[in-house]
Design a protein around this ligand. Structure first.
Ligand SMILES: Nc1ncnc2c1ncn2[C@@H]1O[C@H](COP(=O)(O)OP(=O)(O)OP(=O)(O)O)[C@@H](O)[C@H]1O
Length: 570
């Protein structure tokens, strides 16, 4: 366990941990062996003063070393927790977005809080008793050898039994702890989901107790916790009984050798004291056994997350040319389910391309591949002429602003949320971006509520647009930017987009004819393939799917191209 922590920390950060382990081991050894000096004291009390001085010095040294050890161990615990938080944070931001399933997000919360605290507890609270449980009995056994070889032998014979019992009980706890943690992560994710989606659940009469998914997750968590308790108890009992049996055996050997007249009374007294020192630290460790196993489980989980493969990145980005976007024979699917097939197109720098198509055709997926939220299964995505896999994540993302369908706003002011696009922007720049997105009046609004709940859907969308405008990135990706807007707001945003044309490279998923009409190129996506491409007029003349649905749009305001075989209005 300690070795794993040292490996995790690296040689530089592991120094306090190593120092604490050495100091605590020295003090534990002294605690085990110091009682051996009782023997000369008891045998010749009259001439015992040198031994008494030696015992006093040893006790004082032991106390000082122990104090230093405990303080260093606490310090090592804090170093470890901040190091782990840093490593987990740094690693998680490099993982592909597909990794962030709701269950993993639930476990990540536990990982960064409970699990890291549990691992931190190893140096901070458990290192002392654990080292004591190994070193003090070993030192006591050696001292027993020095006192009487038969007693030393009895102690040595008991040690492997105790270790075997400890390992066995640990294995049991570890297996069930893993299941309990998974169940806890699932239950946490469900509770958050339940609380966050109250409006939807209530609208369907499911807001109260009795929601099956939540109930099932909570019941699974309860059962896993009960199983953990049930498995932990017998393992611990076996270990305690083994240690107690070892103690009894030592006492019996000491008493029988004394009764047989082989050893004198002082030897027997010292042997009994050492027998207590041999077993007592192990019993303390037994009480901490479950905590140790849980810390091991927590460490497993931390290591597993840190071992998750990140999207590989080059050390240095390829040169970035004019901000064009290019898809070349792109094939992509989520978890093996194909979504895009042989998608190829070019959005030249400074032009606007509109992506239209039925729901589920893969339009948003195309947008997600540009900032490399996922890697393609085949083909190439190029940004600024470079394969996105040959660009460092930060270099790529700096050049892209994304307005997605689900705008998440952080608790704070509207201005704070807009400034998110460029943290060093001045108030005037923030206000200008807000004006351009048609929310100039909103910028004085103090709070947006957690997740933006105090704003309407249209307002949230425009905050997101203002954020993207402020970012000043040469490439802007917009996923249905006007979907939640009324006619006036839509006009403001369309105008803002219009102003950006020529200035930035725009790739816009839209189901509005007005936006598509303004594009330099329209790509019609159907079933994961591009089926038509051209300008609005060209596609109308083509008389294909695009023309068909533009005609439908004439009848119903706001159009959306339905999947083949079915029609649907806004
Ligand atoms: N994270 C994901 N994991 C698994 N499947 C996904 C994921 N995101 C989207 N999909 C699936 O991929 C397909 C394409 O989804 P995408 O969101 O790209 O479609 P879209 O054309 O943008 O649809 P819409 O117009 O409704 O937003 C859909 O079948 C969808 O269910």
């Amino acid at each position: 366990m300690i070795r794993r922590l040292v490996t995790l920390l690296g040689p530089e950060h592991a120094r306090p941990l190593n120092r604490a382990a050495v100091l605590l081991a020295v003090s534990a050894a002294l605690q085990g062996a110091v009682f051996a000096v009782l023997l000369p004291i008891l045998r010749a009390p009259g001439d015992a003063w040198p031994w008494l001085v030696a015992a006093g010095v040893a006790t004082a040294v032991c106390g000082i070393v122990y104090h230093r050890g405990v303080v260093t161990a606490r310090h090592a615990g804090y170093t470890l927790s901040s190091h782990l938080h840093g490593r987990i944070g740094d690693h998680v931001v490099t993982l592909p977005l597909g990794w962030f399933t709701p269950a993993r997000v639930g476990s990540l919360g536990r990982l960064a809080t409970q699990n890291v605290m549990s691992v931190m507890g190893v140096p901070a609270h458990l290192l002392d008793p654990l080292i004591g449980a190994v070193v003090t009995p070993a030192a006591a056994a050696l001292a027993l050898f020095a006192v009487d070889w038969r007693l030393g032998l009895a102690a040595l014979a008991a040690a492997p039994l105790a270790v075997a019992a400890y390992r066995w009980s640990g294995r049991l706890v570890r297996r069930t702890d893993e299941a309990a943690n998974t169940a806890a992560g699932e239950a946490a994710a469900r509770v958050v989901e339940f609380a966050r989606n109250q409006p939807v659940l209530r609208a369907f009469g499911l807001g109260g107790p009795g929601l099956r998914l939540l109930d099932d997750a909570l019941a699974a968590h309860r059962n896993a916790a009960r199983r953990l308790l049930k498995t932990a108890l017998p393992g611990m009992a076996v270990f305690v009984v083994t240690v107690q049996a070892a103690f009894t055996a030592l006492v019996l050997v000491a008493v029988f050798t004394a009764l047989g007249g082989d050893v004198d009374i002082p030897t027997t007294v010292v042997a009994l004291v050492l027998a207590v020192r041999f077993t007592e630290p192990m019993l303390v460790a037994a009480e901490l056994g479950a905590a140790v196993r849980m810390a091991e489980g927590a460490l497993d989980r931390v290591e597993r997350v840190l071992a998750e493969p990140r999207l590989p990145e080059p050390a240095v980005s390829r040169p970035f040319g004019a901000p064009s976007i290019e898809f070349d024979g792109v094939r992509f699917g989520y978890d093996g389910t194909p979504v895009l097939e042989d998608v190829g197109f070019v959005v030249p720098a400074g032009t606007m391309t509109a992506l239209v198509g039925p729901s589920g055709a893969g339009k948003s997926t195309i947008l997600r591949l540009v900032p490399r939220f996922f890697d393609v299964d085949g083909g190439t995505v190029r940004v600024g002429g470079a394969d996105v896999r040959e660009l460092r994540g930060e270099d790529l993302l700096r050049r892209i602003a994304l307005v997605s369908q689900n705008t998440f706003l952080f608790a704070g002011t509207v201005a704070d949320n807009i400034r998110f696009g460029r943290p060093d922007a001045t108030d005037r720049e923030v206000r200008a971006a807000a004006e351009r997105a048609g929310i100039g009046a909103l910028v004085t609004r103090m709070r947006v509520g957690e997740g933006g709940t105090q704003l309407s859907g249209g307002e949230r969308q425009r905050v997101s647009i203002a954020r993207a405008l402020l970012k000043d990135a040469p490439i802007v990706l917009l996923d249905e930017p006007t979907a939640a807007l009324d006619a006036a707001a839509e006009q403001a945003v369309t105008q803002a987009l219009d102003e950006l044309r020529g200035e930035r490279t725009l790739l816009v998923v839209t189901h509005r004819t007005a936006t598509a009409r303004a594009a330099d190129q329209i790509l019609v996506l159907d079933g994961g393939r591009i089926t038509e491409r051209g300008r609005h007029d060209e596609l109308l003349r083509l008389g294909g799917r695009y023309a068909e649905f533009c005609a439908l749009r004439e009848h119903a305001r706001g159009w959306r191209i339905p999947a083949a075989g079915k029609t649907e209005g806004d």
